[in-house]
Design a protein around this ligand. Sequence first.
Ligand SMILES: [Mg+2]
Length: 295
Amino acid sequence: MHFPCAHGRTSTSRTTPSKSRCYLPLVMQHLKSALLEAPSEVGGVAGRWALFIDIDGTLLEMAPTPDAVVVPPNLIGMLDALSQRLGGALALSTGRSVAEADRILAPLKLITSGVHGTEVRASPSGETTVLVQPTSASLLKEIMEVARASPDIIVETKGAGIAVHYRKVPELRPYLEAELGRIAALRDTIVLRPGRRVLEVLPKGYSKGAGLASLMRAAPFKGRLPIMIGDDYGDESALAIAEELGGVGLRVAGEYFPPERADFSGVVATRRWLARVAGVEAYSDDLPAFQPADA
Ligand SMILES: [Mg+2]
């Protein structure tokens, strides 16, 4: 890919050139500001944009445990409207499994890249394809041994990944990082990836960025410009790929991105912007959910 630069030459580096040398970041910043100020443009120009959204810390507030997340009553309807507005070019990009994403957003099913790109469902009604073998029993056993340090450490197995949540015992992070790092270093097929109060053991070569790039190669995403929204270290690869493909990466402030580096102040601001993209101007997190008459 060639990047136009201020000095009149082009760079063939796959890495985005520095701000001081090239126009590209300025162009990207202008595009980003325009989209943030006029979200209706994203949904209003047919076939132009595709949206990729992280779940935890981006769409939903973080909770003490992964199961404890709260889904606002009107979020499901808003996401459904958003998908329709974008001609179906809406995908979740999450560290959760596809099945878990379905469970918390039921009955809505969206195109989903799950467990950091190691599984994918390329259409809402399609089958989930698992791209990597599940983690081995011996690896899980070693990690469970490490987690015995505290009953407040939660080990979550999810397909090709194992997440070790330490939200209730943050003081144990150095211990967990050292021990899980040691386990990962003994195998050349896995990596240890930090997240928000979680350390994840994941297969090498897979990421949210690779998952986004893969989805962008086919309908309904092909030919569109990707917008990735995320809040954490694990989203960095997808934010970078979205920008490399000519789209935009939008960052949500929280434990990872400080406010001055973020485009949204938090989950609520992100949802409000998404609602405006969807054309649901009256959206509110506080509105009661629609109840059928016979409920
Ligand atoms: Mg997140």
